[in-house]
Design a binder for this molecule. Sequence first.
Ligand code: HEM
Length: 405
Amino acid sequence: MSSAAEHADNWDLRHEDFNDNDFLYEVYDVMRQRSAFAHTDHPFLSATAGGAWVAVRYDECYRILQDWQHFSSNPTPEGAEQLAGDLVITLDPPRQQKFRKVLNPYFSPARMKALQPQIRAETDRLIDDFVQAGRGDLAQVAWRQPGIVFFKYLLGMPTDDVPLCIDLTDTALNGETEEARMGAWGGLYQHIHDAVTARMSQPARDDMIDVLLTAEIDGQRLPLQDVVSNAMLLVQAGLETTANAMSFAFHHLGANPQERDRLIAQPDLLPRAVEEFIRFAGSIHGIPRTVTEQVEMSGQSFCPGESVLVNYAAANRDPAVFADPDKCLLDRRENRHLGFGAGVHRCLGSNLARLEFQIGLEQVLERMPDYTLAPDAEAVFHGSSVTRGYRSIPVVFRPGQRSAA
Ligand code: HEM
């Protein structure tokens, strides 16, 4: 195993040493202490021949996110090859803002809140699968709930297709090999493509596919490819991030029963606890920006075409901003975390994510209030990937009744 200092010289998020998540944060500590910007030969997403810069301190990450004129979300030419279509996340204003104007109302707090009963019922159904046994795997709740909600209630996929779409998404995100992952993305793309095409000849419904199909940007409807690609982006952006953070929370509360009891006794703490889990879990470790013109920040010069990864996870543990950054403090008050980003690309789905997360916690704590990590089985953390979180969280608890869901 290499030392934290060696890893900090050339950070590679996919390195197997980072299956130890605490060790990864030790490496970020070293990187942050050395400089605001590290360099890596191993960027993921938006690759360039020269590697990429990595912003690891809060202040610089925040400033980059505000300065889209110098730090564009357009990919590098190599990165663009991996993309199909005009995606909201890889555009800059003003076109990006026009996309957001179409999509924002769909994700408004009021609209997401209306989904509350459905999200609760779906969460209950997942818990029903094992609640009578007195033991189960909470990763099943964390990883499946956001997918079911998304495909069934937001994309409006036919209900029969939902299990297949969720399986394909699971493989696309967590498949063992690159080939399996790519194959599953291809399958999912085709599936969503077919669903969108079918909907073009059907009466309008009030869901995500309709929003994208009827959107007019600069007086023109979106081409079919952009409709499908943006629907896929939403799947990618919304599922693994929420699932990861939720898996951290379930694990943390199972390992710390006094914290679990505190949340049960003080449910008013839940919204703050959700924010803290999002800060602490570090769902996103680097989204790239491409430098548009020569610019300097904190003594570092950047040249046009260079790639800069904004490391939200490292920024969210910056001791200059967060007291006790490596502690998960459920009642943390000052918590201006960058978990949902900042600036023009700030997360579109944050209202949905918070709701799914809070309801996931509420139902688990209500229906298995005494749950703890199973003493005879290990939780499995999958770290050497962009998708980082617990893939298995075996727990034990006093058996309960199935719900009416
Ligand atoms: C805990 C869960 C989530 C986290 C931590 C998260 C995090 C983020 C972050 C950091 C960004 C900024 C990306 C950038 O700066 O380029 C972002 C953007 C985005 N997120 Fe989320 N997200 C979450 C859940 C969701 C959900 C549930 C959805 C939708 C269903 C979603 C959809 C998006 C989209 C479409 C963007 C791009 C917005 C734009 O480019 O204008 N996210 N998210």
